[in-house]
Design a protein around this ligand. Structure first.
Ligand SMILES: [Zn+2]
Length: 1124
């Protein structure tokens, strides 16, 4: 299929939205907004019926990726009364607390807004006690005296970093960013060695001949990264199109292959089974002087064919990879090249990997070109540095790339161009992203009692795209062009350029990102929210006790509870906590401060879950510290001898949900769970693991939940603002696809520790838990993306729930989560005004304040395709494609999903070739400069475990990864699909710089080296059999390869500069990622090496995934077919 032409939405482009034009303008003092829809987030006058559900067509999934479609009525609205969301109510009287010309004062840390009743305690919530008819036992728990309160937080590094760092910015905002400082991993302890269980279980033994090929990467290569790619032939008159040397190499005889729009190939055959005849025209010929579309300048002597990086037109051809039997068989036909130069190396047979676009080179070039200057966001349509480049951002009117990255910074003006190019138009948005310490977090803006000022028609919030006129009395909306009166208390004069004279004093007029204080109108039920609560629900069945998690969790919570999120370092957290343990029954605990001992209440009738106690379940940590500590000491003892192996799961989430309902607050559940919930209860599951379905048309069912119970439950959780984080400790299949429905619909996270063993895995789990509990999170969130007339947000990817077509509802939104939004044209865009988008997230902060986070983004619009291709970001396109493909597996066979991805990318590249590249021989593969890595990265997505699993990848792993990728930002997806591989033998301990990474291929590994590989989830230390003794001595404390213990999970702390620097590097890499990465040491030629090789993504994979070289040839063939 092809993505952009998929008619999954019925509204044709350009068709006006019902009611949009004639929308009554309520405005200030104007008519009331009709109450039929939630107006704050409904500029389009209610759900566009055309975008309503319908059976997904092709591989196009349902409109939300968070949860599979929930059966039943979709009328759920988070805010029962649309008017609650309407923002400013009609202003009959002038506001009483006018912030009139009150200049924005960055120093005002404390919220000037109305005093909210945050301090109020949870009284006895109005819950009918008649519900307590279930069997319930009340008993005293244990008898030991409570342990002394308030132990110091054991790991010192976190206690400082985590607490003070985020809250000490000199900058004014009251919204402290959850800076990465808080995620600093704790100092590692050397743990007893446990066998590092295979990441995926046993792997088939494969021996590949080791090739000692270490190419040199000259950073002084002749590439000209900033040279624009060709616009049109005219732009490069110097390029002689005819006499141009046909150095391009891969000529593909098209052969009788399928037409590109044809049906997918038969599923039983190997994918893309056509012969891939590659005819090198001039193998070995160094790239000659070529026109700009082909590459940079001619190679320097001794460059060995490396140069043609520039545009992906590439040179030499070498033989096929040894043993390659992948999906593109039949490449033997490397015929005699016509007119091979005499000086060429003898009979090279396949593409030289050094001559095809190198990810490392692109990354290094970007660092060199964009890493030194701060990136200022004031220039519309400017693509930011790559995610792999370190850079500082200055907000000058558009959101930082840390918040929003776009696939294209120059969008086509109309849908025809967009369809022709097939380039997806999408933004990856991370609304609460942490910022580095040297960047200013968003300011908090207060417009007073009338709330944030907004466009009367489309409800966009005041932003730099609003044009003031009539001396400052009105402003015209940049999104919908409607003119709105400026409220009298906000009036300000304009200067001679038409700008308000206070423009630069007000973040909402000059910056891309800021927060708004809101009013009670933005709150559920017109009531300011209570502070949120955290509820810890701990599996105490036999498996959980035996693997040690019960003891570890309880021990950790005793100290971790002192580090709950807070907004001001001087004030303790407002978050209340509660505790539940469970196996096939649930145990609630009363930890009221006045009790001498905690009390347990057992609910064994799990069919109709209720909370057996109201007073004393959710408490303040500081008030109930003694009782809580006593409880956490006693839980492991109480269940130490349990024989109960069965667990429930649905009732556990219901219990947490009911408790939040009773307390009338939002919150987060932390569920620690070990096994498939087979006990008789709602949400009971059966083991349906069936590997025979892999690769069949029924494979999709394995990704779908096996019961609809959890979809319904998720919907209820979202309505309450109940976010669920799930920590899994499975020893066998637990059906992650089903258990993950609630977390992935509520903005939650899933953590999975398969075959958890305390000695080797506890460090990873505890670091994840600490970060998860402490991180910045907004509750009860609703996100809306508004756009210029001409495009609109039509599709969304992430961990959320949608009850209509525009509002992204997140029970919780933490600082790691992204939402990817796809845009489509519904009219023409103008080159003059560009395309604007505004992302507004309404949420409850951890202290209970209702706030808005606003991000604005403007991109250019173009009428020439070349401009589009010159301003794309491949990393973001890959992020989008991965999420799109990973959602599509819910509804289509994986093979179809892969084929459609290949097809769409071939169309993207063929369109470039046809419309933008200079004329050249058809045998040349010409890639746009910005997209020259599209093939290599696309191949990594295609051969990932979700889309093309090896026999060793479990269904749970695939479901887990699928859900994980759906919320990744661009940096995470980049390293996940193309791992970072560092040659440590080149490490200079005197320098803070890291050695240049090498490409993910076995050919790049030297037997004499040691390499660090990380992908955001794992860190490997690969040790070559001939590694220098000094290197080994410095790292491991032994010069002998044979003495290295492959089971170690941390490196010995040796007193030498190399050891220190290496451990620093590992810690800093960990600190950059949202999940703690366990270290695995892999010795060359050891059996564990197979796991490591899985991540060498440029090589062919055991599961049949193609090598980069082979895939590039395949893409070339596909492109040629499209062009012929
Ligand atoms: Zn508007």
């Amino acid at each position: 299929m092809n993505v952009n032409q998929q008619p999954h939405m019925a509204t044709p482009y350009g068709q006006p939205q019902p009611g949009y034009q004639g929308y009554p303008q309520p405005g200030y003092g104007g008519d009331h907004v009709p109450s039929g829809y939630p107006a704050q987030y409904a500029p389009y006058n209610g759900p566009g019926s055309a975008y309503q559900q319908g059976p997904p067509q092709g591989t196009r999934g349902p409109p939300t990726s968070g949860a599979p479609p929930v059966s039943g009525a979709q009328n759920y609205s988070q805010f029962g009364q649309g008017e609650n969301q309407n923002g400013p109510p009609p202003m009959g009287a002038p506001p009483q607390r006018p912030p009139v010309s009150q200049p924005y004062t960055p120093g005002a840390v404390n919220l000037p807004g109305p005093q909210h009743p945050y301090g109020q305690r949870f009284g006895a919530p109005p819950v009918s006690m008649q519900h307590m008819t279930n069997q319930m036992a009340s008993m005293q728990v244990g008898s030991t005296a409570p342990s002394p309160a308030g132990p110091g937080y054991a790991p010192p590094s976190v206690s400082q970093a985590a607490v003070s760092a985020p809250y000490t910015p000199a900058a004014p905002p009251t919204f402290p960013p959850a800076s990465t400082a808080s995620s600093q991993p704790l100092p590692t302890e050397a743990l007893a060695q446990a066998p590092p269980h295979s990441y995926y279980g046993a792997l088939p033994p494969v021996q590949q001949p080791f090739q000692n090929a270490v190419p040199t990467f000259s950073s002084a290569g002749p590439t000209q990264p900033q040279a624009p790619p060709p616009v049109s032939p005219q732009s490069f008159p110097q390029a002689p199109p005819i006499s141009q040397p046909p150095f391009s190499t891969a000529q593909v005889h098209p052969g009788p292959t399928q037409s590109y729009r044809g049906p997918p190939m038969a599923s039983q055959g190997p994918p893309m089974a056509q012969a891939n005849h590659i005819l090198p025209t001039q193998p070995g010929m160094p790239p000659g002087p070529i026109n700009a579309s082909l590459s940079g300048p001619p190679p320097q002597p001794g460059m060995q064919g490396y140069p043609p990086q520039q545009n992906g037109a590439f040179g030499q051809v070498r033989g096929p990879q040894p043993g390659y039997t992948g999906p593109y068989p039949g490449q033997p036909n490397y015929g005699a090249p016509p007119a091979a130069p005499a000086s060429a190396p003898a009979a090279p047979k396949r593409l030289d990997p050094d001559s095809i676009p190198s990810p490392i080179q692109v990354i290094e070039d970007d660092k060199a070109n964009k890493g030194s200057e701060p990136f200022t966001t004031g220039v519309r349509g400017q693509a930011p540095p790559l995610v792999t480049t370190k850079f500082q951002v200055k907000d000058q009117g558009n959101a930082s790339p840390r918040y929003i990255r776009c696939t294209a910074y120059n969008m086509p003006c109309n849908s025809d161009m967009a369809k022709q190019s097939q380039v997806p138009l999408a933004a990856v948005i991370k609304p609460l992203a942490p910022l580095p310490p040297d960047e200013t977090p968003p300011y908090l803006v207060d417009h007073g009692e009338s709330g944030p000022i907004r466009c009367n028609r489309c409800k966009a919030y005041l932003c730099p795209y609003m044009q003031f006129s009539e001396g400052g009395r009105r402003f015209q909306c940049g999104f919908c062009n409607c003119v709105t009166e400026v409220p009298p208390n906000y009036f300000q004069h304009l200067d001679h350029t038409g700008k308000r004279v206070d423009c630069y004093d007000r973040p909402e007029l000059s910056m891309g990102s800021y927060d708004f204080m809101t009013t009670v109108d933005y709150c559920k039920n017109n009531k300011f929210p209570q502070p949120p609560a955290f509820i810890f629900l701990i599996d105490v069945s036999y498996n959980a006790v035996k693997n040690g998690t019960v003891g570890i969790v309880c021990q950790e919570l005793k100290t971790l509870l002192d580090y709950l999120p807070r907004e001001n370092p001087d004030v303790e957290s407002n978050i209340r906590v509660g505790f539940v343990t469970y196996n096939k029954v649930l145990h609630f605990y009363n930890v009221k401060a006045s009790l001498a001992q905690p009390q347990m209440m057992v609910v064994s009738d799990v069919a109709d879950m209720f909370v057996p106690l109201l007073d004393g379940f959710l408490v303040s940590v500081s008030e109930s510290r003694v009782v809580i500590e006593s409880l956490l000491d006693q839980i492991p003892e109480m269940f130490a001898d349990t024989r109960e192996t069965e667990t429930v799961f649905g009732p556990v989430i219901q219990a947490g949900l009911e408790a939040l309902k009773a307390a009338d607050c939002a919150g987060k559940l932390f569920v620690f769970h070990s096994s498939l919930p087979i006990a008789e209860a709602p949400g009971k599951l059966k083991n349906r693991e069936d590997k025979k379905l892999v690769g069949t048309d029924k494979e999709k069912t394995l990704f779908q939940p096996q019961v609809s119970f959890y979809n319904t439950l998720a919907k209820e959780c979202v309505a309450q603002g109940c976010c669920v984080d799930l920590f899994l400790f499975p020893n066998q299949y637990v059906d992650v696809a089903t258990l993950g429905v609630v977390p992935t619909s509520t903005g939650g996270s899933i953590y999975k520790y398969t075959y958890f063993q305390a000695p080797s895995d506890q460090e990873r789990f505890l670091n994840d838990l600490r970060r998860d509990v402490q991180k910045q999170v907004g509750f009860d969130a609703v996100m809306r993306v508004r756009t210029s007339t001409g495009i609109r947000a039509t599709d969304f990817f992430g961990a959320f729930y949608m009850s209509n077509t525009t509002d992204v509802e997140l029970a919780g939104l933490d600082c790691d989560k992204t939402v990817t939004v796809e845009f489509r044209h519904d009219d023409k865009l103008s080159e003059e005004t560009g395309a604007l988008m505004q992302c507004a997230v309404l949420y409850t902060s951890c202290s209970g304040q209702r706030r808005l986070r606003i991000h604005n983004m403007a991109v250019n619009c173009c009428s020439q395709l070349a401009d589009l291709y010159r301003n794309c970001e491949t990393d973001t396109i890959i992020n989008f494609f991965a999420k799109y493909a990973y959602r599509s597996v819910l509804s289509s066979p994986t093979k179809n999903v892969r084929d459609s991805l290949v097809n769409q990318c071939a169309q993207i590249l063929a369109c470039y070739r046809k419309n933008c590249a200079s004329p050249s021989s058809a045998g040349q593969l010409i890639l746009p400069e910005c997209m020259k890595l599209l093939p290599v990265y696309l191949n990594c997505v295609l051969k990932s475990d979700v889309l093309q699993p090896g026999a060793d990848v479990s269904l749970d792993d695939r479901a887990y990864l699928r859900q994980l990728v759906s919320t990744m930002d661009v940096a995470e997806s980049h390293v996940f699909f193309y791992p970072h591989l560092l040659p440590l033998q080149k490490l200079d301990v005197e320098s803070m710089a890291l050695p240049m990474a090498v490409r993910d291929s076995e050919e790049r590994l030297s037997r004499g080296g040691v390499y660090l590989l990380e992908n955001g989830l794992n860190i490997f230390l690969w040790v070559g059999v001939s590694a220098q003794q000094e290197l080994l001595q410095n790292i491991f404390g032994t010069p002998a390869f044979s003495q290295i213990d492959p089971n170690m999970t941390s490196l010995p702390a040796l007193d030498n500069p190399f050891s220190k620097r290496l451990r620093e590097i590992i810690e800093s890499v960990r600190a950059q990622r949202s999940r703690y990465m366990k270290l695995m040491v892999v010795k060359q030629e050891d059996k564990l090496e197979l796991i490591f090789k899985h991540f060498l993504v440029e090589d062919k994979s055991n599961s049949g995934g193609a090598s980069y070289v082979d895939f590039l040839c395949h893409m070339h063939k596909e492109i040629r077919q499209l062009l012929s």
